[in-house]
Write a protein that binds this ligand. Structure first.
Ligand code: GTP
Ligand code: MG
Length: 447
């Protein structure tokens, strides 16, 4: 279904103008097609060759650098030619058109990386890491994706898979030579081995929540009654006066959002209209409805209470409606005298004006999800991987239970093989078209 017989072409650099722009060709005809576009028409392998670039009509349109990476030592494992021209969309499109006229096909999103995977240059886990690395917006996200690309996760998965294969091989040997009356692995030992594998999977899964937060980020909604200082807090966290702040209750009407980086975690911070039981007009009423939707959709809610004013019925209502979600209760305006006991109410005292408590608030928002990570413990960040690991764990737990109850080896083996199948699906050792299509659809063209 996935053909690698033709030669594909695409602009590999971002849309728009730049100092240089790169057109990439990959496939059996890459060198020949590139030769029709340039003078000189052939290139020494892995050398930067200065060349004149022609359009499909043969007109000289630019001068650039051509690099030929012969198969299999290239990104895709095929013959690859990269043409670096000046970064003008007009020129780059003309180069692509000329390549198409000479027989290349326009690449689909992610097709270069797909070919790298199909030619065994990278595992599926590493291909997914390429997409994450390109998409990363914080340095920590890039780090986690790069570690995955470097194969840290693949190595950990391979170690677990090798241990699993060892148990399978010994159980199968016991089955194949029953007349010897000799067990290549005794039942207690197989239980111990399987339990050990389950424990390593648990270690991986324990880091997964953190990996997910780093990869996908958090949406954080700021809610509370009018005038408690939500917009001021929003601006303080965003480090910019994005939202309007006034002493008039009901200032914020629409949702205002900003992407910020908290300890490496990408956070979408959302400021909302003050919640009150008696809105002044239809505009405020609509604002409050939107605030409630934002609070429901958020991963974390900051419930802001004015620390310098006695609590009101609207404050209590805000606390009530957010009881079931992950929340941080904030006592605002800490620079003013406290009107109630913040600590006793589990509220974090913060002053948007003076900046007190903001560091603690940031830490509570990401809840240990950010900060430094040990390099050898690249967390799994990908939901697909987490789901398959959980599936493998369930199969292993069944196998261990069967072995404990001395149920015949065949049954234990069936579950062990099921667990191995999950590992194969993660690394892509057993590719399924549907899975590949979904994964590579996320890429942009030229990757
Ligand atoms: N002293 C002090 N005043 C603050 C602080 N934060 C906000 N205020 C004041 O409280 C008033 C309301 O602030 P906003 O940030 O607009 O409050 P809000 O919760 O967004 O209000 P609405 O948008 O109307 O719901 C303004 O006069 C702010 O200057 C603070 O940390 N210290
Ligand atoms: Mg506001």
């Amino acid at each position: 279904m996935f053909s690698t017989e033709d030669t594909i072409v695409a602009i590999a650099t971002p849309a728009g103008r730049g100092g240089i722009g790169v057109v990439r060709l990959s496939g059996p005809d890459a060198a020949r097609i590139a030769g029709t576009l340039t003078t000189p028409a052939s290139f020494a392998p892995r050398h930067a060759t200065l060349a004149q670039i022609h359009s499909a009509d043969g007109d000289a349109i630019d001068q650039g650098i051509v690099t030929h990476f012969p198969a299999p030592h290239s990104y895709t494992g095929e013959d690859v030619v990269e043409v670096s021209a000046h970064g003008s969309p007009v020129i780059l499109r003309a180069v692509v058109a000329a390549a198409q006229a000479a027989g290349a096909r326009l690449a689909n999103p992610g097709e270069f990386t797909l070919r790298a995977y199909l030619h065994g240059r990278i595992t599926l886990v590493e291909a997914e890491a390429v997409a994450d690395l390109v998409d990363a917006v914080t340095p920590l996200q890039a780090r986690v994706a790069f570690d995955q690309l470097e194969g840290t996760l693949t190595t950990r998965l391979r170690e677990i898979d090798a241990a699993l294969l060892d148990v399978i091989a010994r159980l199968e040997a016991s089955l194949d030579f029953p007349e010897e009356g000799y067990h290549f692995i005794d039942p207690d030992e197989s239980v111990r081995e399987i339990d050990r594998i389950v424990a390593s999977i648990d270690t991986l899964l324990a880091d997964a929540a953190r990996g997910r937060i780093i990869r996908d980020g958090l949406t954080v909604a700021i809610v509370g009654r009018p005038n408690v200082g939500k917009s001021s807090l929003f601006n303080a966290l965003a480090g910019a006066a994005r939202a309007i702040v006034t002493d008039v209750p009901g200032t914020t009407r629409d949702l205002v959002s900003e992407r910020i980086d908290i300890e490496g975690v990408p956070v979408t911070l959302v400021d909302t209209a003050g919640l009150r039981g008696t809105p002044e007009n239809a505009i405020e009423e609509e604002g409050i409805a939107r605030a409630r939707i934002a609070a429901e959709a958020a991963d974390v809610v900051l419930v802001v209470l004015d620390g310098s004013q006695p609590l009101t019925a609207d404050d209590r209502a805000a606390l009530d409606t957010t009881r079931a979600v992950r929340r941080v209760i904030v006592a605002s305006k800490h620079d003013l005298p406290a009107a109630w006991d913040h600590a006793a109410s589990d509220a974090l005292a913060v002053s948007a004006l003076a900046g007190d408590g903001l560091g603690q608030l940031r830490a509570q928002i990401v809840e240990g999800g950010g900060g430094l990570l040990p390099r050898d413990r690249a967390p799994i960040a990908n939901l697909r991987h987490v789901a398959l690991l959980k599936q493998a764990r369930a199969a292993l737990a069944r196998a261990a239970a069967a072995a404990r109850q001395r149920i015949p080896e065949e049954f234990v083996l069936a579950d062990l093989h099921a667990a191995r199948g999950c590992f194969d699906d993660i690394t892509g050792a057993r590719p399924q078209d549907e899975v590949l299509r979904t994964i590579f659809a996320r890429f942009c063209i030229g990757k």
